[in-house]
Design a binder for this molecule. Sequence first.
Ligand code: UD1
Ligand code: PEP
Length: 421
Amino acid sequence: MDKFVIQGQCQLNGNVTISGAKNAALPIVFATLLSEKTVTITNVPHLKDICTSCEILKVTGRTLHYADNQLTVEAGQASAFEAPYDLVKTMRASILALGPLLARYSQARVSLPGGCAIGARPVDLHIHGLQQMGAEIKVEDGYINAHVNGRLKGAHILMDIVSVTGTENLMMAAVLAEGQTVIENAAREPEVVDLANFLITLGAQIQGVGTDTLIISGVDELHGGQYQVLPDRIETGTFLVAAAVTGGYVRCLGADPSCLEAVILKLREAGAQVTTGDDWVELDMRGRKLKAVNIKTAPHPAFPTDMQAQFTLLNVVGQGCGRVTETIFENRFMHVPELIRMGAEITLEGNTAICHPCGRLTGAAVMATDLRASASLVIAGLVAEHETIVERIYHIDRGYEQIERKLRALGATIERVSESS
Ligand SMILES: CC(=O)N[C@H]1[C@@H](OP(=O)(O)OP(=O)(O)OC[C@H]2O[C@@H](n3ccc(=O)[nH]c3=O)[C@H](O)[C@@H]2O)O[C@H](CO)[C@@H](O)[C@@H]1O
Ligand SMILES: C=C(OP(=O)(O)O)C(=O)O
């Protein structure tokens, strides 16, 4: 298992190029199953989760070429309709194989994703929506076994909770269903919009993109095409926070600031100078005082839960007291005890972390527990006095492309150490 060794008290300065969004690329990769023609996707980040998705596509019989952030899925039929446990257990998003396989091949066998560090994360809304579209689904032996006679049928689906991958799964299924599907209370995250735009590029008929009501008219088949994945807003936000807490400056190139409104608003409230262009965003903290802010996570366009851990750290470093309320996942404060080990003063009250000013952080050996928690610990290591060792960084490799190379280019001293070395 690899770990990061980080020397603290650095100030980040410079430019960083933002990668394609993991959470957009994942559903898009699975959506290629809906087409039998060749599909090329560009700006695909080279991440563990993307490689796992490619493995799942290969299990179904597809041929893939993946190099230089470009993925080509060759024209052809799938020959197996399964996402096996060995692959699914490493990545919850493999549930996204369910909708496309069922819609295109009338059958699917997808291992149930397990719970994870941030919460139970059930998939009942995915299953219920597909049942409404005529699928027969049995959950047995840890697998979701689904089939439908002929095609799925359009349905009126009201989602109880706003679910990102739930909306994506049902939208993908509806694209090839017979008739019209309406998804109400749909997620409006930019990654859902990107998936919809990808499907439209291949000939899908989707109205209401970017709103909470999606109207999808099923088509007989999708054609091939080429599509570029949108920039990763969470990676962008993570680098902006890193510059803010180290009192530095960063310009994120190839970014999309229009997806980051809630985050940029909070960074400005925290005292940062943030400037944006069409495809870049920069943050300058030099000579400015960082202040703690109150945040509350909620579905887009509100503050994203995937930026919560990074802002918890910002509050620890900033002046004053900041309250961080997590409303999406029931167990997303695993970074808190680790930050406390580095000297942070945080009290947990239910789903709120109250961050008190701590004066200074000191380096320690800490454990990464999930993707964004890992990011907050790495940034904490950049700020803290002395050396920080972040263990179990396989979590961070799920979501940040070449993070240590990018941080080093901004002036950080960070080494990846393999257990064997
Ligand atoms: C691959 C991907 O895109 N991951 C993102 C996606 O995860 P994911 O799509 O898994 O998260 P959801 O939006 O589905 O989860 C929102 C809430 O709904 C609950 N829920 C969800 C589905 C369901 O069937 N039943 C149910 O109760 C979840 O437990 C959670 O409390 O959105 C999350 C919320 O923005 C982000 O943190 C993740 O980074
Ligand atoms: C929670 C996340 O991802 P996933 O849904 O893939 O676990 C994330 O990207 O922060």
